[in-house]
Design a protein around this ligand. Structure first.
Ligand SMILES: [Zn+2]
Ligand SMILES: [Zn+2]
Length: 234
């Protein structure tokens, strides 16, 4: 137990209560309340599937994303996961990410090693939003995972250069182009061969697809993704 633990106790990511000082990052009963992603999952986007007979979910079958694969830790449909992520995003409680990232990181370590990625790239937020919140939640996740994997985090090579315009009235293709124009590569060309994109939530995959397209145009061959949570689209 350190003084720091006494002055700033860690909080459980599920019930949000202060934890006893020491190494615990989650209450034992709360661990069972997490709805973690389980097999079978879509080979491409990592969302849970109802049937193990299928390789891909319907959205991926229709439009196969260009990234190698995405893997997600927990279901965004879970109340606790949504509340935890909104606490991180809007209330500055970054420490709530400690347990999710540790658990996700340890589970993924062997697979990530086989990918031989050279960098973790957090999905960027616009600079003004980062200023407002003080940090980018995807970068916070990347830092924690990077320590477990032993892979450096490169948060400067991909930039969200524009606020995304209203997407509502646009078709699917126009939306994709619009979103892609929001990201830009700031690194040298062919800086990496293989990277892993990191984000907090995977919903439609549009953001990861846009980032993938930008990374590919910067000469990166293989792009994997890890998202802390994922919604179900089937
Ligand atoms: Zn708890
Ligand atoms: Zn899918």
């Amino acid at each position: 137990m350190t003084m720091i633990d006494l002055i700033y106790p860690k909080h459980c990511p599920v019930c949000l209560n202060a934890l006893p000082p020491g190494k615990t990052l989650i209450c034992a009963p709360c661990r069972k309340k997490l709805r973690l992603v389980r097999e079978p999952v879509c080979f491409k986007c990592g969302q849970p599937l109802l049937s193990a007979e299928r390789e891909y979910c319907t959205p991926c079958e229709k439009n196969l994303p260009a990234f190698e694969s995405n893997t997600a830790w927990a279901e965004y449909g879970s109340f606790y996961i949504r509340r935890m992520l909104s606490e991180v995003k809007y209330h500055g409680n970054r420490q709530l990410l400690d347990y999710p990232c540790l658990d996700f990181g340890l589970k993924m370590k062997a697979r990530v090693e086989s990918w031989q990625a050279e960098a973790l790239i957090p999905v960027p937020v616009h600079e003004s939003r980062k200023k407002e919140r003080g940090y980018n939640q995807a970068e916070e996740i990347a830092q924690r995972l990077g320590k477990i994997f032993g892979i450096p985090v490169d948060a400067g090579c991909l930039e969200r250069s524009a606020e995304t315009h209203q997407q509502k009235n646009l078709g699917r293709r126009e939306r994709a182009v619009n979103l892609m124009s929001a990201f830009s590569w700031q690194g040298t060309p062919k800086k990496y061969r293989t990277v892993i994109l990191i984000d907090d939530i995977y919903t439609t995959g549009a953001t990861l697809n846009a980032c993938t397209a930008v990374l590919q145009s910067a000469g990166i061959d293989k792009i994997y993704a890890l998202c802390l949570s994922i919604g179900r689209r089937q």
